[in-house]
Design a protein around this ligand. Structure first.
Ligand code: BV8
Ligand code: ZN
Length: 247
């Protein structure tokens, strides 16, 4: 399943960066955005994941995030998340960049995590900035109103909003300076996150895609591995550990 070239590249790699999307959480039971059972099937992104939609109907958008928060609290990280924790331990310079807002990488034990699109377990008041980061409290809230009367919003990046600058800078730096770049479980539709594999490629990284199907990014990747991340990643880690043991 893995080319000798990939194993060699990883054996000699000083720095490895990974971009994940909703696909890595699919085997935990979290619906992806654009898949068959996708989150966007019932709704349209512009109807929910935008500031305008929130201002127009705060309760509806808040309810949608609470539906997702409840779902996320009931699921567990899957072998794909845990394999990335092991991969992080094999390299001195490892950056995990995620588009996911489900906090599953941190729950699995990943340490150097760059959350490009925020984190659904965090919230803040758009008027006074007060934080509401207790996810149980958030789930109890029917209407997202702060003590100051302002609206409380999820700490995620909506369409049309800028990504957190420090997160984007870390992600861009990690993509442009790594020897091997993995794009895992993302359809490569949402920008600027989807430009990271190209940035890595342009800067000389060996680029690898792991997905259950080809995507908009596949055509320029050095290697495309078709398979479930929860199965492919643990196997890759095993192969890599064997390769590291060989003299
Ligand atoms: C911005 C947080 C700049 C909220 C999200 C026209 C062309 C190009 C770009 C644009 C355009 N019009 C607008 C834009 C910009 C827009 C964008 O890219 N739109 C797209 C839809 C065209 N981007 C933005 O607005 C970004 N901001 O550009 O600001 C700006 C701003 C102001 C002024 C000037 C400039 C902000 C984007 C962030 C949006 N927020 N999420 C929330 O989650 O509620 S995006 C949302 O989609 C999630 O974060 C998600 O992670 C992300 C990407 O989706 P994927 O993760 O890839 O998930 P998807 O379901 O699509 O795919 C899953 C994949 O997994 C599939 O390939 C599937 O095959 C695979 N899979 C399934 N199972 C498995 C698997 N793989 C492996 N194993 C399995 N078991
Ligand atoms: Zn407030």
């Amino acid at each position: 399943m893995f080319s000798q070239k990939l194993i060699q590249k990883l054996k000699s790699a000083k720095s490895v960066s990974v971009l994940t999307g909703a696909g890595i959480s699919a085997e935990s039971g979290v619906p992806t955005f654009r898949g068959q059972e996708g989150l966007w099937k019932k709704f349209k992104p512009e109807e929910l994941a935008t500031f305008e939609a929130f201002i127009r109907n705060p309760e509806l958008v808040w309810e949608w995030y609470n539906y997702r928060r409840k779902l996320i609290l009931e699921v567990q990280p899957n072998p794909g998340h845990y394999a990335l924790v092991e991969l992080e331990n094999l390299f001195s310079n490892f950056t995990l960049i995620t588009q996911n807002v489900d906090n599953l990488h941190r729950r699995a034990g990943s340490r150097n995590v760059v959350e490009l699109h925020g984190n659904i377990e965090r919230n803040y008041c758009i008027k006074c900035g007060k934080r509401y980061d207790d996810v149980d409290f958030a789930i109890e809230l029917k209407s997202p109103r702060c003590d100051c009367g302002g609206l409380i919003r999820p700490d995620v990046v909506w369409f049309g909003e800028l990504l957190p600058l420090d997160a984007w800078e870390k992600a861009e730096e990690a993509a442009s300076s790594c020897d091997v770049f993995f794009s895992i479980g993302t359809s490569g539709v949402v920008y600027p996150a989807a430009s990271l594999p190209q940035i890595a490629k342009r800067n000389g990284a060996y680029t690898v895609e792991i997905n259950i199907e080809r995507t908009d990014l596949s055509w320029f990747m050095d290697e495309v591995i078709i398979g479930k991340s929860g199965e492919v990643l643990p196997e890759l880690v095993e192969k890599l550990k064997e390769a590291f043991e060989e003299k």
